[in-house]
Design a protein around this ligand. Sequence first.
Ligand code: SAM
Ligand code: SF4
Length: 344
Amino acid sequence: MNLETLLDKEEFTKDDIVTLLNVKNEREINVLYKKAESIREKYFRDEIHLRGIIEFSNYCRQECLYCGLRKSNKIIERFRMTKNEILKVAKVIYESGIKTIVLQSGEDPFYTAKIIAEIVEEIKSKFDVAITLSVGERPFTDYDLWRSVGADRYLLKHETANKKLYNKIHPYQNYDNKIKHLKYLKAIGFQIGSGNIIGLPNQTYEDIADDIILCNSLDVDMASFSPFIHADNTPFDNVKNCELRLLLNTMAVARIVLKNVHIPATTALATLDEEGREKGILAGANVIMPSFTPSPYRKDYLIYKDKKCITENPQLCLPCLNIRLLSVGVKASFSKGDSLKITC
Ligand code: SAM
Ligand code: SF4
């Protein structure tokens, strides 16, 4: 079957997905990305949703082998933002016109369910925004509480759908449990985000196809595909970074298979390539998550090496982003950008 005929299918098998991930020649890559772009335009027109992210703590109790924030990394300087500091940044995000605030951290039990609930409640009472939480795996009762006070979305990546690989690179976590958490979050009404890291040691194209299929079967509202970028002082600090081509192919194939889900062009992609975000949009992405984490903390949220935009003033990010978006024929949307799967 030639590429054009394959792309005309409505449903894709795992073999189809592996074939599409493998596309390598320039003409075929062009056809693949154009198809992804046309699907993005069908659902989101020329609008790119912005999510302002506050990375409020880099303490973590986990030991994910790939991540610079893992507990045993004693080299990075740890920080925790106070509730007032978080609220102040939330105000800056709201006043910039962005209507989604993402609260992200390492898995840090210092922030009890009650503290996070209070932060969510206070932001929601002051500003008309959607809130995404991305604070790792927590007891189901925590999720219940946060949902009850108005948190809208939860980002918890499955990282890899290869169960053996997952269990190997997450010493204190378990694949089946992660999936249970994602299903629970969806069941209690969160818009959920999942996704993978691409370029993990021993990961295959079949694994990446399974990641896309898993996102489909979990009925995710957002799917994030990030390139692996090595972090100093971790067990993977000698593993080479993800290849840009494979990452962009994955995003394009995910857009074609998952159709109306939100797909971000991540900061990791911008770190991998100076024009990574623009290339991501041209491969089907429709979301960008500018960081509003203030100095002096921003430089210490070092998930991986040479992270992009760690020194810039957050307020300068938006004009820079706008220029980048216009250069690829799209514009920033200042709506909340809820899931298109929500019908009410
Ligand atoms: N602790 C929460 C969690 O793990 O869900 C949220 C914060 S964690 C830093 C956010 C994401 O960073 C993870 O889901 C993972 O995909 C990504 N990440 C961590 N280390 C990375 C690396 N070396 N390269 C690319 N992405 C990485
Ligand atoms: Fe902690 Fe999240 Fe990094 Fe894992 S990916 S070490 S849970 S911050």
